[in-house]
Write a protein that binds this ligand. Structure first.
Ligand code: SF4
Length: 376
C-alpha cells in the first residue's frame, strides 16, 4: 500500500545547511542535538556520528564559550554531516565557528547586542553562505514581552520571532529559518500556524522540552502531526530527555507515518493475542533491533495468524503470517515459502536483508534508466 502523502506542503523559500536543502520542495530534514560536553571532542564526535548513522540530516552542537568554539573546529574536521552551532549572546563565538566551517548559526540577532556586532555576524554569514536559525522559545521570552502578554503565548512567541526577522530584513539577509517552540502543544502549534502565514522562510518544528522518551514522543507526534498535516514544517527536531539517537528515530517515524520521508523499514505488526502462532512481540522487537542498519525504504508485516496476516502480508515487501504447522512467508506481495518456529527470527532477518538488497538493485536500475532517458 505505497500511496503518496496527500499533504500539500507550504512552499517556503529554500536555504541550504551545508549540503542539505531546507524548505522549498526539499524533503523534510530530521535533526538532533548533541548532549555531550562540546569541549570533550572525542565524546562529541562519537555522538555526532551516532546521530548521523541513525539517519539525521543535520546535527546541532551547542557552543557556549570560545573554548567550545575551538573544540568545534576539531569536531568539524572529523565529521561529514552538516553542523549547526547553537550560540547565545556572544557574537565572537559566531564569528569563530563561521571561520571553522559551521553550516548554520542558531543565534537570535536581537540578543547579540550592539548594532555593529549584529552587522558583523550577518555580513560574515552572508560572505560565507551560512544561514541563520532564529530560535524563539517560550521559556526564554524577553522581559518586555512577558510584561506585555503576562505569560508566554503563541502571539508573544511570534512577536519575538518577528523582531529577530526584522533585524535580518533590515540587513537584507533572507537566508534564515525560524522556530517558535513551546512545551505546550497548543501554544506551539498556534505559534507556528501564525508565523507560517507571515513569513516565507522555512520553519524548524519542535515541541521543546517535550519530556521523556514515551511522553515526549507522543507530545511531539501530536503537535508536529497537526502542523505537518497543514503542510507546515521544513525541518524537525524532537526534543526528548533521552539519547539523541532516539530523537532521530522518533522524527523519522513521525515523517514515515505521514509518508513524508522514508528511512529504513516500516514495520506493520499486530498486537498479538491467543491466536498467534509465533511470539509476535519477541519477533518484532528482535527484528527491529537486528535490522536497525537497513536504510532501504520497505514495508515488513509481522502478523501472528491468518485472520489479518495474508491481507497485510500481500501489501508488504516481506510479510509473515503465523499459521500451524508452519508460518507462511510472503515476498513482494506473494506467498513464497513456509517455515517453522525453529530459528524463525534468523530466517526472517535473512529474507528481509535479501529483499532489501533486491529493492536497492531495482532502484539503482531505475535511476540508471532515468539518466539514460534524460536528453543531453
Ligand atoms: S492478527 Fe491474529 S494473532 Fe494478531 S492480534 Fe489479530 S487475531 Fe491476534
Amino acid at each position: 500500500m505505497k500511496t503518496e502523502s496527500p499533504i500539500k506542503r507550504r512552499l517556503s523559500r529554500q536555504i541550504h545547511v551545508g549540503s542539505v536543502a531546507v524548505g522549498g520542495d526539499a524533503p523534510i530534514s530530521v535533526q538532533s542535538m548533541t548532549n555531550t560536553d562540546t569541549c570533550d571532542v572525542a565524546a562529541t564526535v562519537a555522538q555526532v556520528q551516532a546521530i548521523a548513522d541513525a539517519g539525521a540530516d543535520i546535527v546541532r552542537v551547542s557552543v557556549p564559550s570560545l573554548e567550545a568554539a575551538e573544540a568545534f573546529r576539531a569536531i568539524r574536521a572529523q565529521v561529514e554531516v552538516p553542523l549547526v552551532a547553537d550560540i547565545h549572546f556572544d557574537h565572537r563565538i559566531a564569528l569563530k565557528v563561521a571561520e571553522y566551517g559551521v553550516d548554520c548559526l542558531r543565534i537570535n540577532p536581537g540578543n547579540i547586542g550592539r548594532d555593529e556586532k549584529v552587522r558583523e555576524v550577518i555580513s560574515c554569514a552572508r560572505d560565507r553562505g551560512i544561514p541563520i536559525r532564529i530560535g524563539v522559545n517560550a521559556g526564554s521570552l524577553g522581559k518586555d514581552l512577558q510584561r506585555k502578554y503576562g505569560e508566554p503565548t503563541a502571539e508573544a512567541l511570534v512577536e519575538s520571532a518577528l523582531r529577530h526577522v526584522d533585524i535580518l530584513d533590515k540587513h537584507d539577509f533572507q537566508d534564515f529559518k525560524v522556530s517558535v517552540k513551546a512545551s505546550e502543544v497548543f501554544m506551539a502549534v498556534e505559534a507556528y500556524r501564525l508565523l507560517a502565514a507571515q513569513i516565507e522562510q522555512p520553519l524548524h518544528l519542535g515541541i521543546t522540552e517535550a519530556g521523556g522518551l514515551r511522553g515526549g514522543t507522543v507530545k511531539s507526534a501530536v503537535g508536529l502531526g497537526m502542523l505537518l498535516m497543514d503542510g507546515i514544517g521544513d525541518t524537525i527536531r524532537i526534543s526528548l530527555a533521552a539519547d539523541p539517537v532516539e530523537e532521530v528515530k522518533v522524527g523519522f517515524e513521525i515523517l514515515k507515518s505521514l509518508k513524508l520521508r522514508t528511512n529504513g523499514i516500516n514495520f506493520i505488526a499486530c498486537p498479538s493475542c491467543s491466536r498467534q502462532n509465533f511470539d509476535v512481540i519477541a519477533t518484532m522487537n528482535s527484528l527491529e533491533q537486528r535490522l536497525e542498519d537497513v536504510r532501504t525504504p520497505m514495508d515488513v508485516a509481522v502478523i501472528g495468524c491468518v485472520v489479518n496476516g495474508p491481507g497485510e502480508a500481500r501489501e508488504a515487501d516481506v510479510g509473515m503470517t503465523g499459521a500451524s504447522p508452519s508460518n507462511l512467508i510472503y515476498v513482494a506481495g506473494k506467498p513464497d515459502h513456509k517455515v517453522s518456529n525453529q530459528d524463525f527470527v534468523d530466517h526472517l532477518e535473512q529474507v528481509i536483508r535479501e529483499r532489501a538488497a533486491q529493492l536497492e538493485e531495482e532502484r539503482a536500475r531505475q535511476s540508471d534508466n532515468l539518466i539514460l532517458k534524460t536528453p543531453a
